[in-house]
Write a protein that binds this ligand. Structure first.
Ligand SMILES: NC(=O)c1ccc[n+]([C@@H]2O[C@H](COP(=O)([O-])OP(=O)(O)OC[C@H]3O[C@@H](n4cnc5c(N)ncnc54)[C@H](O)[C@@H]3O)[C@@H](O)[C@H]2O)c1
Length: 306
């Protein structure tokens, strides 16, 4: 299993580190346009191998795509992150050109690659990667829901006063402060609905804090977060590498599912060796359906800026 990570910045390097530590890939190639940057990050990470007990080989390159040849999975994190007060949508003018050229370069050297898009605005960048490459819909996946769901579980566990391992929950919809739909109705603590433990006010608090989870961190850090995003991507790469068939909410190109078409947006999907093995259509209540429609309208509006 060869994995390319485009962009050796905060998220790219964190993702490479988690992939290496989990030790399921033979090789991770970091690639960046900043001269020497990916090589430096790769060398630094390789010097943790004896300490962290992994055998994954991590190499770096400055924009030489021949080094990424025959990758099984590629992660696109290249582009600019948001600064405090910015929305993800404001990154579109810079990131669209980067994501398009990166996706085209990747498939030139790795015709069978499965691409995970991370760069923001992620749903629109995933849609753009589909349009730019024409790859089958199972081979381009946007990472947003895995991270948003992890943030949801963090907030649920906090409200419940329990370990996160006791909690299950999922966020669907667009990966934006207003588009995310944390499904509190379906969230559980050890199979008991969280609605049995938390008041409406507490559930509203959990939902709202989840939706602004990225913005909260951006304000604290001065730039967007990287540990949880890196961990979320690495979990998806692992599901592909190990063909686990794990279910993640992720940005999938829809062709009628959930009544939506010609859009990439967060819905539950089974992830395995073929990338998106299956989009899972769960029964939403009327309020959730209305929120998904509203979220999709906002994503389509951003797609219109391409
Ligand atoms: N989808 C998500 O859940 C999620 C979560 C966090 C961050 N993000 C997004 O991921 C992206 C990266 O965030 P970051 O914090 O790692 O930013 P960063 O600035 O730390 O890293 C980005 C890297 O991309 C490189 N780069 C720029 N253009 C390139 C190109 N054409 N080819 C190769 N490399 C190129 C830069 O040199 C830089 O090293 C941002 O768009 C951010 O908004 C998405």
């Amino acid at each position: 299993m060869k994995v390319t990570v485009v962009g050796a910045g905060a998220v790219g390097a964190s993702c490479a580190e988690y992939i290496a530590i989990k030790d399921f890939a033979s090789e991770v190639v970091l690639i960046d346009i900043k001269e020497g940057f990916a090589e430096g990050k790769a060398m630094d990470l390789m010097q943790t191998a004896s300490l962290n007990s992994f055998d994954t080989k991590i190499t770096g390159t400055t924009n030489d795509y021949s080094k990424t040849a025959d990758s099984d999975v590629a992660v696109i994190t290249s582009g600019i992150p948001r600064k405090p007060g910015m929305t993800r949508e404001e990154l579109i003018s810079t990131n669209a050109g980067i994501v398009k050229s990166v996706a085209e370069n990747l498939i030139k050297h790795s015709p069978n690659v499965i691409i995970i898009v991370v760069s923001n605005p992620m749903d629109t960048m995933t849609y753009l990667a589909h349009k730019a490459t024409g790859l089958p819909k199972n081979r381009i996946i946007g990472m947003g829901g895995a991270l948003d769901s992890a943030r949801f579980k963090y907030r649920l566990a906090e409200a419940l006063g329990c370990p996160q391992s006791d909690v299950d929950g999922m966020v669907i919809g667009g990966h934006s402060d207003t588009g995310m739909i944390p499904l509190t109705r379906l969230a559980t603590r050890n199979s008991v609905p969280v609605t049995e433990f938390l008041s409406d006010d507490q559930l509203t608090y959990v939902r709202e804090e989840t939706k602004v989870g990225g913005a909260t961190l951006t304000k604290l850090l001065g730039t967007s977060a990287w540990y949880a995003p890196g961990a979320a991507v690495s979990a998806m790469v692992q599901a592909i590498a190990c063909d686990t068939k794990k279910m993640f909410p992720c940005s999938c190109l829809l062709e009628g599912e959930y009544g939506l078409s010609d859009i990439s947006i967060g819905v539950p999907a089974i992830i395995g060796a073929n990338g998106i093995e299956k989009i899972v259509e769960i029964e939403l209540d009327d309020a959730e359906k209305a929120k998904l429609t509203e979220s999709a309208d906002a994503v389509k509006k951003t797609n219109g800026l391409l």
